[in-house]
Design a protein around this ligand. Structure first.
Ligand code: HEC
Length: 158
């Protein structure tokens, strides 16, 4: 055996043992240090614009409405929130603020306020809380937003 063939495996082993340089993690919370979810709940409790107070879903939940909501969700929301609202979609991977886990979206909000909270969040997006979520009030009709909320309720475990 010549010297080169003996050294090869050694070189490979040495390279495998070298520590992998770690990539710095993207920031997951706004500059305040508060979690995006808490910032949003605080804003909702203290500064919610009057139009959104006390809203209730005018639609009756049915399989058709939920399916319609899911289709809209898959088209408009899954790119960030992932299908099923858990994890991250392709676009969500690139954001500095992590997209919320939607099954827990309204955690910490009074049950009677959940409809308002979700409707306001989807309508105004990240504008009030300085996150990259786009507002949907000029993109989706009110009825479509309520259908999406009916779908979110089916995946929720608040
Ligand atoms: C460009 C990426 C992006 C898209 C598209 C997007 N979101 Fe978001 N969403 C986020 C991010 C980031 C957050 C976390 C920060 C925040 O609360 O604004 C978030 C937060 C939320 C929350 C708040 C959850 C909580 O913890 O309080 C809800 C509800 C929500 N999104 C629903 C939706 C729905 C429904 C759609 C589609 C109509 C949608 N989002 C589309 C990025 C996105």
């Amino acid at each position: 055996m010549n010297k080169i063939s003996v050294r090869w495996p050694l070189l490979v082993i040495t390279l495998l043992l070298l520590p992998i340089p770690s990539v710095p993690a993207a920031p997951t919370a706004p500059a305040t240090g508060e979690s995006p979810h808490l910032s949003r709940v605080n804003y909702f409790q203290k500064q919610l614009p009057g139009d959104y107070v006390g809203m209730q879903n005018p639609l009756t939940s049915s399989r058709e409405q939920q399916d319609q909501g899911q289709r809209l969700f898959d088209g408009y929301c899954a790119s960030c929130h992932g299908f099923g609202g858990v994890g991250k979609g392709i676009e969500g991977e690139r954001l500095a603020v992590e997209p919320a886990q939607l099954p827990r979206a309204a955690q910490g909000v009074f049950p009677s306020d959940r409809d308002s909270y979700l409707y306001w969040t989807i309508s105004e997006g990240g504008v009030p809380v300085h996150s990259p979520m786009p507002p949907f009030k000029d993109v989706l009709a009110s009825q479509q937003i309520w259908q999406i909320i009916l779908y979110i309720n089916t995946i929720a475990y608040f």
